[in-house]
Write a protein of this length. Structure first.
Length: 162
């Protein structure tokens, strides 16, 4: 999801969360930090530090890895970003969204990540939690498989070998 799909009101809310958090901690809003934050807002979800760093460096080559890392940690601390781990060894970040919940399909071949919402899954999870006496606070649902384009590529590769 890029900023054209994110309402300006939502981004304004996240900017305010960050500003309030930084003020409480006595942190300054530097040019590099603002650039990193705005670039994060422009990127699709599930961005790694390395991907964000490359995008930021295309605008300011002096920005360092540690600055991007610390800024993403700051965004996570204040509730603007969520850290995600999809089994590929990378930490990825996405814009936090308390108003709705989504789950993920992850391709084990190409690494593509597809977000989805499925009310039936949400209802079933609530029922399972209640059955075992849990008051469900949060959850994450990740499904790993092979996406359609990779299946097609695998089929055409198998035909080429025969």
């Amino acid at each position: 999801m890029s900023t054209e799909n994110r309402p300006a009101q939502e981004l304004s809310h996240f900017r305010e969360l960050l500003s309030t958090h930084m003020a409480k901690r006595g942190l300054r809003s530097t040019d590099q930090r603002r650039l990193i934050v705005e670039t994060f807002f422009e990127r699709p979800n599930h961005v790694s530090i390395e991907e964000l760093l490359a995008q930021v460096r295309s605008k300011d080559s002096k920005v360092g890895y540690a600055t991007v890392y610390r800024t993403l940690k700051l965004l996570t601390e204040c509730g603007v970003a969520s850290e995600r781990h999809f089994g590929d060894g990378l930490t990825r970040y996405e814009l936090a969204d308390d108003s709705s919940h989504h789950d993920h399909l992850i391709c084990v071949d190409c690494g593509a990540i597809q977000e989805f919402e499925e009310p039936a899954i949400e209802t079933l999870q609530e029922k399972v939690a209640a059955r075992y006496g849990y008051d469900l606070q949060t959850h994450k649902h990740e499904m790993y498989g092979v996406c359609g384009p990779c299946q097609k590529r695998q089929r055409s590769g198998a035909r080429a070998k025969n």
